[in-house]
Design a binder for this molecule. Structure first.
Ligand SMILES: NC(=O)c1ccc[n+]([C@@H]2O[C@H](COP(=O)([O-])OP(=O)(O)OC[C@H]3O[C@@H](n4cnc5c(N)ncnc54)[C@H](O)[C@@H]3O)[C@@H](O)[C@H]2O)c1
Ligand SMILES: [Zn+2]
Length: 388
């Protein structure tokens, strides 16, 4: 195997838990050698779901065997139902049955769901065994496989049980995204646009200029985009591994996004779509509060629309939105802390004041502050927000 060039590797510097994200089209066929070089050895339990297994199970197994590994599969269900204590227990059962030892490792092959549950299993089995991520959705490649958050859901809420646990290596093959359902693919682009908004105006401009390459998933565009997103996320999480400060900027679009997901009973929009809508709403709030210019809102709206994401929300009551926002994990002593844009590439965490938000909401739909459609433009900068 040729050495993977430095330009295709993103280091995540976390002291003795440091690791690399390797991004290269077609790298799946060399997976075994890449893992060998990363110091992986022994037996490997591949955690995956039936959809991804059908598409990539064989090639991955072959690549691992060629390098002398002895893989076995642990199949979890497709979808969020795999992120439960029940399936965590089943993965642990399989590891016990297979007599997996400390020098062996787990490989998560799939989207964010598979990565989250497999990583959590790796963190608890024998008090922690090595763990490798091979993310196969855009969300997993640019977001969930970076940063070390693992876990499962509880019936009372998402991601309530988990651990911070870093992988040994993340191996990203952009080619696997070609089989993603288009809705999943487009939803992932909301997180990509988010990185431009929170940290890098040049990257945002690059996205504006490469919508066609993005739509075509070109090999010239995709590796660059995935790498830049991973670099930004790695930069943010290495400064704040356990989410006490700067890491909060990654939640841009998520305060309203999570509220919309919950309001729509997690059926109306998939996560990335809700985040895209959340960014549209939060930028509009920022303009209303005098934090950013109209140009910022318009450029973001335009890009969101051009990549095919939904950008308008249906009728809803202010109180429903406000209450759903209260359930966000980032609420501190009743104050909703929201990440709002100042410029493209720069955001601030701001506590939102209910009255001010209500005014913003009513201006979106002058006839009523209780029901509104297509919340988009923010005509008048005023109101108050306590900036941090
Ligand atoms: N740990 C973190 O930091 C973090 C960050 C963001 C999201 N998450 C979590 O990630 C999950 C969402 O991840 P997701 O969006 O990847 O969803 P997912 O894992 O459910 O995958 C989406 C769908 O795509 C299918 N799929 C996966 N790869 C495919 C491929 N290459 N071709 C065809 N189909 C494929 C899956 O089977 C699934 O049906 C949520 O549970 C969320 O909480 C975690
Ligand atoms: Zn997200």
């Amino acid at each position: 195997m040729k050495t993977v060039p430095a330009s295709n590797r993103v280091p995540v510097a976390l002291g003795d838990r440091s690791y690399e994200i390797v991004i290269q089209p077609g790298i799946l066929s060399q997976l075994g050698q890449v893992l060998q070089r990363a110091g992986c050895a022994g037996r490997v339990g591949i955690v995956t779901n039936p959809v991804v297994n059908q598409l990539y199970g064989h090639p991955v197994q072959r690549a691992l065997r060629q390098a002398g590994f002895s893989p076995f599969f642990i199949i979890v269900p497709d979808g969020e139902q795999a992120k439960t204590l029940k399936w965590l227990a089943k993965i642990l059962d399989a590891l016990v049955m297979q007599r997996v030892e400390r020098q062996d490792f787990i490989l998560a092959l799939g989207g964010g769901v598979t990565g989250d549950v497999a990583g959590f299993a790796a963190s608890t089995y024998l008090r922690g065994i090595p763990f490798v991520q091979v993310p196969t959705t855009l969300v997993a490649q640019v977001d969930s496989s970076v940063g070390g958050k693992t876990g499962v859901n509880h019936s009372q809420g998402k991601n309530l049980i988990g651990a911070f646990y870093q992988p040994k290596i993340v191996v990203v093959d952009p080619h696997v995204l070609k089989t993603l359902p288009s809705r999943q693919w487009i939803a992932g682009l909301a997180e990509v646009i988010k990185y431009g908004m929170i940290a890098d105006k040049e990257f945002f401009k690059y996205l504006e200029q490469h919508v066609e390459g993005l739509r075509a998933q070109s090999d010239d565009v995709m590796p660059h985009i995935i790498r830049r997103c991973c670099e930004i996320k790695a930069d943010v999480v290495t400064g704040d591994e356990r989410e006490s400060g700067r890491r909060r900027i990654l939640n841009y679009g998520h305060t309203v996004g999570h509220a919309l997901e919950s309001w729509g009973n997690y059926r109306k929009w998939i996560h990335g779509e809700a985040v895209g809508l959340g960014m549209v709403q939060e930028a509009s709030m920022a303009q209303y509060l005098g934090m950013c210019s109209k140009d910022v809102v318009e450029r973001q709206d335009d890009l969101i629309k051009r990549v095919g994401l939904p950008n308008a929300i249906p009728k809803m009551k202010f109180l429903d939105l406000w209450q759903a926002m209260q359930h966000d994990k980032k609420v501190v002593k009743g104050d909703i802390h929201c990440v709002l844009p100042k410029r493209i590439g720069d955001v601030s965490v701001v506590p939102l004041v209910r009255d001010s938000l209500r005014k913003w909401f009513s201006i979106q739909q002058p006839s009523s502050s209780r029901a509104t459609t297509g919340l988009r433009k923010s005509p008048s900068p005023s109101g108050s927000a306590r900036k941090k």
